[in-house]
Write a protein that binds this ligand. Structure first.
Ligand code: IPE
Ligand code: IPE
Ligand code: MG
Length: 237
């Protein structure tokens, strides 16, 4: 879905975040990297609440990329376990309590551990029709998203392909493209996140490591977003 509201004077409708820097946060404290992921999971709840308070209706969080499987087995297992426990203990109760809030999981769920996959599917079913959506990108890759969308459209005979058809088959077809993409941890790169969807997103890089993110950081990003002039290739009116 394309966000057709071209005004940037209100809160961005759709915000996506590359939650980077967990490992460095832990290493700087002499802790194992997995402790950084644990601290990172705790930061997620604050950001979800703040985004909702600020009027962000679609929040997308990059939790695990298609390339993150290259990490040591113990780290991957620890992340999968942590995501499962976080969903069960925090995220599910959050959407059970708040009927406006839903959670979706863009990405290929098939290689995820079975109980995590089932919990994701259950959560998505519960989230149907909710007005405010948090998307947790799990085993997500922007290139895989586009290839998958193309294959899915071709499988349905929707040829010739065009931009509207591809958008409709992406993992994120239920949400508008991000107005703002924030990356924590200071790296100036996209790391295969929302490649198609972020064509005209505003970017903000924060040096802050993800576990140190606060409500204030998110609010500052939204203020900064409001100073940006978006032209979408045209001229400022
Ligand atoms: C982001 O933090 C979380 C995941 C990619 C799962 P990192 O684990 O990449 O942390 P750094 O970049 O090594 O500090
Ligand atoms: C991007 O961070 C992926 C997530 C935050 C889930 P990475 O740490 O994997 O990115 P690179 O390897 O530094 O580009
Ligand atoms: Mg990283």
């Amino acid at each position: 879905m394309q966000n057709t509201d071209k005004s940037n004077k209100a809160s961005p409708l759709s915000v996506a975040i590359i939650m980077d820097g967990n490992g460095r946060w832990a290493t700087r404290r002499g802790l194992p990297r997995t402790e950084g992921h644990l601290a990172g999971a705790e930061a997620v709840e604050t950001v979800i609440r703040t985004a909702k308070d600020e009027g962000v209706r679609y929040l997308t969080l990059f939790a695990f990329s298609t390339e993150n499987w290259k990490r040591p087995r113990e780290e991957v297992d620890a992340i999968m376990e942590l995501v499962y426990r976080y969903l069960k203990a925090k995220a599910l109760p959050m959407i059970e309590k708040d009927p406006e809030l839903g959670i979706m999981f863009p990405g290929d769920k098939s290689p995820l551990p079975q109980r995590l996959r089932e919990l994701c599917l259950y959560t998505e079913r519960l989230s149907r029709g909710r007005q405010s959506i948090v998307s947790i990108a799990l085993n997500y890759g922007g290139r895989a998203d586009i290839v998958n969308a193309a294959n899915s459209a071709i499988g349905k005979g929707e040829l010739p392909l065009n931009e509207e058809i591809i958008s409709r088959h992406l993992y994120t077809s239920y949400m508008p493209d991000p107005d703002l993409v924030i990356r924590t941890g200071g790296e100036h790169r996209i790391s295969n996140f929302l490649l198609w969807q972020s064509a005209y997103s505003e970017y903000i890089i924060l040096d802050t490591l993800w576990p140190d993110i606060s409500s204030g950081h998110l609010r500052e990003c939204i203020s900064e977003y409001n100073t940006r002039v978006r032209r979408f290739g045209g001229l400022k009116s």
